[in-house]
Design a protein around this ligand. Structure first.
Ligand SMILES: Nc1nc2c(ncn2[C@@H]2O[C@H](COP(=O)(O)OP(=O)(O)OP(=O)(O)O)[C@@H](O)[C@H]2O)c(=O)[nH]1
Ligand SMILES: [Mg+2]
Length: 221
Protein backbone atom coordinates (compact mmCIF):
# COMPACT_ATOMS: atom_id res chain seq x y z
CA UNK A 1 0.00 0.00 0.00
CA UNK A 2 1.31 3.44 -0.88
CA UNK A 3 1.93 5.68 2.10
CA UNK A 4 1.21 9.30 1.34
CA UNK A 5 3.40 11.78 3.15
CA UNK A 6 2.03 15.27 3.41
CA UNK A 7 4.84 17.79 3.42
CA UNK A 8 4.53 21.35 4.49
CA UNK A 9 4.51 23.45 1.36
CA UNK A 10 6.44 26.53 2.18
CA UNK A 11 5.11 29.85 1.02
CA UNK A 12 7.51 32.41 -0.40
CA UNK A 13 8.26 33.91 3.00
CA UNK A 14 8.78 30.47 4.51
CA UNK A 15 11.31 29.60 1.80
CA UNK A 16 13.35 32.73 2.55
CA UNK A 17 13.03 32.10 6.30
CA UNK A 18 14.42 28.57 5.92
CA UNK A 19 17.32 29.93 3.88
CA UNK A 20 18.03 32.51 6.58
CA UNK A 21 17.80 29.85 9.29
CA UNK A 22 20.38 27.69 7.47
CA UNK A 23 22.72 30.64 6.96
CA UNK A 24 22.48 31.72 10.62
CA UNK A 25 22.98 28.13 11.74
CA UNK A 26 26.12 27.77 9.62
CA UNK A 27 27.50 30.96 11.12
CA UNK A 28 26.46 29.92 14.67
CA UNK A 29 24.53 33.15 15.10
CA UNK A 30 21.54 33.21 17.46
CA UNK A 31 18.78 35.41 16.05
CA UNK A 32 16.30 37.21 18.31
CA UNK A 33 13.25 38.88 16.80
CA UNK A 34 11.95 41.69 19.07
CA UNK A 35 8.44 42.97 18.49
CA UNK A 36 5.99 45.34 20.16
CA UNK A 37 3.62 48.21 19.56
CA UNK A 38 5.27 51.57 18.77
CA UNK A 39 7.03 53.16 21.71
CA UNK A 40 6.86 50.36 24.28
CA UNK A 41 10.64 50.49 24.65
CA UNK A 42 12.27 48.06 22.20
CA UNK A 43 15.21 50.30 21.30
CA UNK A 44 15.78 51.43 24.90
CA UNK A 45 15.73 47.82 26.13
CA UNK A 46 18.02 46.66 23.33
CA UNK A 47 20.61 49.40 23.88
CA UNK A 48 20.76 48.37 27.57
CA UNK A 49 20.84 44.67 26.66
CA UNK A 50 23.69 45.09 24.17
CA UNK A 51 25.69 47.29 26.57
CA UNK A 52 25.48 44.54 29.19
CA UNK A 53 26.19 41.61 26.86
CA UNK A 54 29.14 43.14 25.01
CA UNK A 55 32.00 42.34 24.67
CA UNK A 56 31.47 38.79 26.02
CA UNK A 57 28.56 38.15 23.68
CA UNK A 58 29.14 39.84 20.35
CA UNK A 59 26.00 41.47 19.01
CA UNK A 60 24.75 43.00 15.76
CA UNK A 61 21.38 44.55 14.94
CA UNK A 62 18.94 44.90 12.07
CA UNK A 63 16.31 47.50 12.87
CA UNK A 64 13.11 48.04 10.91
CA UNK A 65 11.14 51.25 10.75
CA UNK A 66 8.93 52.71 8.08
CA UNK A 67 10.99 55.92 8.03
CA UNK A 68 14.05 57.49 9.72
CA UNK A 69 17.32 56.15 11.05
CA UNK A 70 16.56 57.37 14.60
CA UNK A 71 16.70 53.90 16.17
CA UNK A 72 19.79 52.86 14.21
CA UNK A 73 21.55 56.01 15.49
CA UNK A 74 20.62 55.11 19.08
CA UNK A 75 21.63 51.46 18.70
CA UNK A 76 24.92 52.45 17.03
CA UNK A 77 26.01 54.18 20.26
CA UNK A 78 26.69 50.65 21.59
CA UNK A 79 29.46 50.28 18.98
CA UNK A 80 27.96 47.18 17.32
CA UNK A 81 27.13 46.86 13.62
CA UNK A 82 23.63 48.18 12.92
CA UNK A 83 21.71 47.97 9.66
CA UNK A 84 18.57 50.07 9.28
CA UNK A 85 15.77 48.89 7.01
CA UNK A 86 13.26 51.57 5.99
CA UNK A 87 10.21 49.81 4.63
CA UNK A 88 8.93 53.08 3.13
CA UNK A 89 11.17 52.32 0.15
CA UNK A 90 9.15 49.22 -0.71
CA UNK A 91 5.59 50.12 0.15
CA UNK A 92 5.81 50.98 3.85
CA UNK A 93 5.40 47.43 5.13
CA UNK A 94 4.41 47.18 8.80
CA UNK A 95 6.76 44.23 9.41
CA UNK A 96 10.12 42.81 8.31
CA UNK A 97 9.70 39.87 5.93
CA UNK A 98 12.27 37.08 5.56
CA UNK A 99 13.61 38.28 2.19
CA UNK A 100 14.31 41.69 3.74
CA UNK A 101 16.29 40.04 6.54
CA UNK A 102 18.21 38.03 3.94
CA UNK A 103 19.17 41.16 2.04
CA UNK A 104 20.07 43.12 5.19
CA UNK A 105 22.13 40.30 6.71
CA UNK A 106 23.99 39.53 3.46
CA UNK A 107 25.83 42.83 3.88
CA UNK A 108 26.80 42.17 7.51
CA UNK A 109 29.97 40.75 8.99
CA UNK A 110 28.41 37.89 10.99
CA UNK A 111 31.36 35.51 11.33
CA UNK A 112 32.27 36.74 14.83
CA UNK A 113 28.72 37.56 15.91
CA UNK A 114 26.97 35.49 18.62
CA UNK A 115 23.65 37.35 18.70
CA UNK A 116 21.86 39.06 15.82
CA UNK A 117 18.97 41.12 17.14
CA UNK A 118 16.14 42.16 14.84
CA UNK A 119 14.12 45.09 16.14
CA UNK A 120 10.95 44.71 14.12
CA UNK A 121 8.64 47.52 12.99
CA UNK A 122 6.51 48.80 15.89
CA UNK A 123 3.21 46.96 15.54
CA UNK A 124 1.50 44.23 17.56
CA UNK A 125 -0.15 42.58 14.56
CA UNK A 126 1.70 41.70 11.32
CA UNK A 127 5.30 41.14 12.54
CA UNK A 128 4.01 38.05 14.38
CA UNK A 129 2.83 36.55 11.08
CA UNK A 130 6.27 36.52 9.44
CA UNK A 131 8.89 33.90 10.18
CA UNK A 132 12.27 35.53 9.47
CA UNK A 133 14.41 32.50 10.33
CA UNK A 134 14.89 33.56 13.95
CA UNK A 135 15.69 31.31 16.92
CA UNK A 136 13.54 33.15 19.44
CA UNK A 137 10.97 35.90 19.63
CA UNK A 138 10.40 38.42 22.39
CA UNK A 139 7.48 40.81 22.77
CA UNK A 140 7.85 44.04 24.71
CA UNK A 141 4.70 45.39 26.36
CA UNK A 142 4.83 48.58 28.38
CA UNK A 143 2.64 49.11 31.42
CA UNK A 144 1.41 52.37 29.84
CA UNK A 145 -0.44 50.40 27.14
CA UNK A 146 -3.08 48.76 29.37
CA UNK A 147 -3.30 45.23 30.77
CA UNK A 148 -5.48 43.70 28.06
CA UNK A 149 -3.17 43.80 25.02
CA UNK A 150 -2.29 40.08 25.23
CA UNK A 151 -5.95 39.08 24.82
CA UNK A 152 -6.58 41.73 22.14
CA UNK A 153 -3.53 40.74 20.09
CA UNK A 154 -3.19 37.07 21.02
CA UNK A 155 -1.17 35.91 18.01
CA UNK A 156 1.78 38.08 19.01
CA UNK A 157 1.82 36.66 22.54
CA UNK A 158 1.20 33.11 21.37
CA UNK A 159 4.08 33.25 18.87
CA UNK A 160 6.66 34.70 21.26
CA UNK A 161 9.03 32.86 23.60
CA UNK A 162 9.34 35.62 26.19
CA UNK A 163 7.47 38.76 27.22
CA UNK A 164 9.16 41.86 28.58
CA UNK A 165 6.84 44.00 30.67
CA UNK A 166 8.58 47.37 30.47
CA UNK A 167 8.30 50.78 32.16
CA UNK A 168 7.54 49.38 35.62
CA UNK A 169 8.97 52.63 37.02
CA UNK A 170 5.68 54.23 35.90
CA UNK A 171 3.48 51.92 37.98
CA UNK A 172 3.06 54.40 40.88
CA UNK A 173 1.54 56.92 38.45
CA UNK A 174 -0.79 54.57 36.57
CA UNK A 175 -4.03 52.79 37.30
CA UNK A 176 -2.50 49.51 36.13
CA UNK A 177 -3.01 46.05 37.54
CA UNK A 178 0.18 44.12 36.83
CA UNK A 179 -1.37 40.88 38.12
CA UNK A 180 -4.09 41.18 35.42
CA UNK A 181 -1.40 41.71 32.77
CA UNK A 182 0.47 38.59 33.92
CA UNK A 183 -2.77 36.58 33.90
CA UNK A 184 -3.68 37.73 30.38
CA UNK A 185 -0.24 36.77 29.08
CA UNK A 186 -0.57 33.40 30.81
CA UNK A 187 -4.05 32.89 29.40
CA UNK A 188 -2.77 33.32 25.83
CA UNK A 189 0.58 31.60 26.29
CA UNK A 190 0.71 29.49 29.46
CA UNK A 191 4.14 29.35 31.03
CA UNK A 192 5.81 31.97 28.84
CA UNK A 193 8.50 33.75 30.87
CA UNK A 194 7.61 37.34 31.77
CA UNK A 195 10.38 39.80 32.63
CA UNK A 196 9.26 42.93 34.48
CA UNK A 197 11.80 45.67 33.85
CA UNK A 198 12.43 49.36 33.61
CA UNK A 199 14.76 49.89 30.68
CA UNK A 200 15.36 53.57 31.39
CA UNK A 201 16.02 53.06 35.13
CA UNK A 202 18.05 49.91 34.48
CA UNK A 203 15.79 47.97 36.85
CA UNK A 204 15.61 44.17 37.01
CA UNK A 205 17.31 43.44 33.68
CA UNK A 206 19.31 40.44 34.97
CA UNK A 207 16.61 37.73 34.69
CA UNK A 208 15.99 38.78 31.08
CA UNK A 209 19.74 38.74 30.31
CA UNK A 210 20.16 35.33 31.97
CA UNK A 211 17.31 33.90 29.88
CA UNK A 212 18.81 35.28 26.67
CA UNK A 213 22.36 34.12 27.46
CA UNK A 214 21.08 30.60 28.23
CA UNK A 215 19.30 30.50 24.86
CA UNK A 216 22.42 31.66 23.00
CA UNK A 217 24.58 29.08 24.80
CA UNK A 218 22.03 26.32 24.11
CA UNK A 219 22.34 26.94 20.38
CA UNK A 220 26.13 26.60 20.52
CA UNK A 221 25.88 23.11 22.07
N1 LIG B 1 9.44 55.70 31.97
C1 LIG B 1 9.99 54.86 31.10
N2 LIG B 1 10.10 55.23 29.82
C2 LIG B 1 10.68 54.37 28.96
C3 LIG B 1 11.16 53.10 29.37
N3 LIG B 1 11.66 52.48 28.27
C4 LIG B 1 11.50 53.32 27.25
N4 LIG B 1 10.93 54.47 27.64
C5 LIG B 1 10.60 55.64 26.84
O1 LIG B 1 9.59 55.29 25.91
C6 LIG B 1 9.78 56.01 24.68
C7 LIG B 1 9.82 55.01 23.52
O2 LIG B 1 10.94 54.15 23.70
P1 LIG B 1 11.64 53.41 22.49
O3 LIG B 1 12.74 52.60 23.05
O4 LIG B 1 11.97 54.37 21.41
O5 LIG B 1 10.45 52.49 22.01
P2 LIG B 1 10.37 51.54 20.71
O6 LIG B 1 9.52 50.40 21.07
O7 LIG B 1 11.74 51.25 20.22
O8 LIG B 1 9.62 52.48 19.67
P3 LIG B 1 9.46 52.26 18.08
O9 LIG B 1 10.74 51.71 17.55
O10 LIG B 1 9.14 53.62 17.56
O11 LIG B 1 8.32 51.30 17.90
C8 LIG B 1 11.08 56.80 24.83
O12 LIG B 1 10.74 58.12 25.20
C9 LIG B 1 11.79 56.09 25.98
O13 LIG B 1 12.66 56.92 26.72
C10 LIG B 1 11.06 52.74 30.76
O14 LIG B 1 11.48 51.67 31.22
N5 LIG B 1 10.44 53.66 31.56
MG1 LIG C 1 12.57 51.48 18.37
Amino acid sequence: MEIKVVKKVLDANGTFAERNRNKFHQKSVFVLNVMSSPGSGKTTTLVKTIDKLMPKIKCAVIVGDICTTNDADRLATTGVEVVQVNTDEFGGDCHLAAHVIEKASDNMELDDVDLLIVENVGNLVCPAEFDIGEDARAVVLSVAEGEDKPIKYPLMFRECDAAILNKIDLLPYLDYNIEDARNYINQVHPGMPIFEISATKDENLDPWLDWLIAKIEDKKK
